[in-house]
Design a protein around this ligand. Structure first.
Ligand code: 0X9
Ligand code: ZN
Length: 301
């Protein structure tokens, strides 16, 4: 039984994913979608009851784009665990929907935040002697925007769109599901926000009303279960504009019908360093929300 009261090292996460693939070969397929700057494997996991993956509407869930956002990674892992290892959950969620997970988009950053700097956010690209790290959520190709001389801890987009192996792997993997890509959920922290596109500018996606309604269903399900109250809205309106993020990419370049960035609740001294003592409650709470999305997509398509 995996222990969701603890934060897992990258190695432990890899072992967990491999075990699921080994123990449930009919349900779980593990892909190595690419390698990070420091040559760690980036893992994708496909979950389907169908021999032919993607016959059902596809929900794609990622986390760990930002290294320090451990609570998001563990929430995605817990949802995956529940889908695969808790058959009472599997039944309603897997009969008409297929799932893809990339639980740790940025493994180098995650490992670095584990051992060196708890609040590290970016990947581990060596840029020059004063600068290390690209903000992967500014490096995607849709509306990527150049920024000169910026090596800030947050927001450095890199030299060009998809310059990083991590975003290249993600972009190709997302696009491989174009034919039936219904919902993209990018799990981040923090702020208790459900953000819908676009985020690069104050422009609403065509089906923004439906985005908003689906977001409210996530919000209401969690509020009823635990009393945690999320805010739902357009990324640019309720947070800020940011170019080159994964949610806009999923929608514009990977043919997803719906795309959200979920900012889970904050905790700890910096918001991003959610305390381990609270993580088990949080992953179970987030599960309620992911489940709601699964049920919605199942009815919708
Ligand atoms: O800034 C980000 O990348 C996300 N917030 S975080 O605090 N986790 O770093 C928000 C991204 C929202 N999406 C877009 N602006 N497209
Ligand atoms: Zn983030």
């Amino acid at each position: 039984e995996p222990n969701f009261r603890l934060y897992w090292s990258y190695n432990e996460i890899e072992n967990f994913l491999q075990r699921l693939a080994n123990e449930y070969p009919d349900l779980v397929k593990k892909d190595v979608i690419g390698q990070s700057i420091e040559h760690r494997n980036i893992h994708g996991v496909r979950v389907s009851r169908n021999a032919e993956f993607g016959k059902n509407p596809i929900i794609f869930i990622d986390a760990g784009t930002h290294a320090r956002e451990w609570a998001g990674i563990h929430s995605a892992l817990y949802f995956l665990h529940q889908l695969v290892e808790n058959s009472t959950v599997t039944n309603e969620l897997l009969d008409k929907v297929d799932y893809v997970f990339v639980p740790v988009v940025n493994p180098d950053g995650y490992a670095y935040s584990f051992t060196e700097d708890r609040l590290w956010r970016k990947n581990r690209r060596y840029v020059n002697y004063t600068c290390q790290g690209i903000d992967l959520n500014r490096n995607y190709a849709y509306m990527w925007r150049y920024r000169e001389n910026s090596c800030a801890g947050t927001g450095y987009p890199g030299a060009y769109a998809l310059s990083e192996p991590e975003t290249q792997a993600m972009a190709a993997y997302m696009q491989s599901f174009k034919y039936n890509f219904k919902l993209y959920l990018s799990t981040h922290t923090y702020g208790s926000l459900v953000l819908w596109p676009f985020g690069f500018e104050f422009i609403y996606v065509k089906n923004h009303k439906e985005h908003h309604l689906m977001g409210e269903k996530f919000r209401d399900a969690i509020y009823e279960a635990t009393g945690t109250l999320y805010r739902v809205g357009n990324s640019a309106d309720i947070l800020y504009t940011a170019n080159g993020a994964s949610d806009d990419f999923a929608l514009a370049y990977a043919n997803a019908n719906f795309a959200y960035t979920l900012e889970l609740p904050g905790g700890g001294s910096a918001g991003f360093d959610y305390p381990q003592s609270m993580i088990y409650d949080l992953v179970r709470e987030t599960f309620i929300g992911y489940r709601q999305f699964g049920l919605h997509i199942k009815e919708r398509f």
